[in-house]
Write a protein that binds this ligand. Structure first.
Ligand SMILES: [Mn+2]
Length: 322
């Protein structure tokens, strides 16, 4: 039966240790029982994995964590959905540590060893758009691409920067989250005390920020709407994008027509990805540094037609702006 549920436990993927693609790069033996329980000694086996907004070459890229994830993961299809190398950052200052090179080397090695790798350039790596429709060392470069899921769903993928002109997404807005809002409320209280002691009138920093958080939510909403509108025109069952660093997996539509919207997030802040399991379930996952495994944020089974109840449940959580 179709269901969407929000879980916070580690993924328990079916292990396929006989696979010819199983990576030999495992942590050394002598595991603690706890580690074994979390499955950190074997790769997680997926049918397809979507990664984007890695920003190699920028100071904020979490390359070591991504390397860890890649070393603990096996997939038949690896989709790189834009902003993999941050050419903009590299133009400002050359920053290319070993870990960033290691991520590139790992991806190239996967492509050479049987993983189907497809790369869709984004805006920070638009230099590579010149090579669209070509192949480089086993990697297919495309402007957009349709993946056929195990259960026959058509999944369109694109970076998302093509909607910038109609959405006006600002990453600053998109990054203002709940936690920051709490901090600002606290700051606001203290600021008010200082201001009143100095004889200044009350000025609400919190309202100012709240307005901006609302704008952030509006920008995220209009980005999602633009992506879905485009995908509906393409008559696909699912659309997977990145760009706004806002991980999400949700179902949209009404009546008979439904579409899955997936945003795989980023490896600058969230360390998230979208994956299709060997049973055809789609998952939004977060890499956990401590347990060296992924945790499910959201999941969608696609073996049955979508139901209205599923649509209700999948609405993205509202930002706390009260
Ligand atoms: Mn982007």
């Amino acid at each position: 039966m179709d269901k969407i549920s929000t879980l916070f436990k580690p993924v328990t993927q079916a292990k396929n240790t006989s696979s010819p693609y199983v990576s030999p790069v495992f942590p050394p033996s002598s595991p603690t029982p706890e580690k074994t329980a979390l499955g950190s000694q074997h790769p997680q086996d997926f049918y397809a994995v979507w990664l984007s907004d890695i920003h190699l070459g920028s100071l904020d890229c979490k390359a070591e964590l991504l390397l860890d994830f890649l070393d603990h993961t096996h997939c038949q299809y690896l989709y790189l959905v834009g902003d993999i190398i941050d050419i903009w950052a590299l133009k400002k200052r050359v920053f290319w540590p070993d870990s960033h090179q290691a991520v590139l080397a790992k991806i190239l090695a996967l492509a050479q060893n049987g993983t189907q790798v497809v790369y869709i350039p984004g805006n920070h790596d638009e230099l590579f758009k010149a090579y669209v429709d070509s192949h480089f060392r086993g990697i297919t470069i495309a402007a957009d691409y349709v993946h056929q899921s195990i259960l026959g769903k058509r999944c369109l993928m694109l970076h998302g920067d093509q909607f910038d002109s109609e959405v006006c997404v600002s990453r600053t807005y998109a990054q203002l989250g709940d936690h920051l809002y709490d901090v600002l409320l606290w700051l606001n209280r203290n600021l008010h005390q200082v201001r009143s002691q100095l004889g200044y009138p009350y000025w609400s920093l919190a309202s100012y920020i709240k307005l901006r958080v609302n704008k952030a939510q509006q920008a995220i909403n209009s980005f999602r709407t633009a992506v879905i509108r485009f995908a509906v025109k393409q008559q696909v069952d699912m659309v997977i994008c990145g760009h706004i660093h806002q991980p999400e997996l949700s179902v949209h539509g009404s009546g008979e027509r439904h579409i899955i919207y997936a945003n795989d997030g980023d490896w600058v802040e969230n360390c998230t990805l979208v994956a299709e399991t060997l049973l055809g379930e789609f998952q939004l996952l977060k890499w956990d540094e401590q347990s060296k495994s992924t945790h499910i944020i959201q999941r969608i089974e696609t073996d049955q037609p979508f139901s209205a109840a599923m649509f209700e449940q999948s609405q993205p959580p509202k930002q706390k702006v009260a």
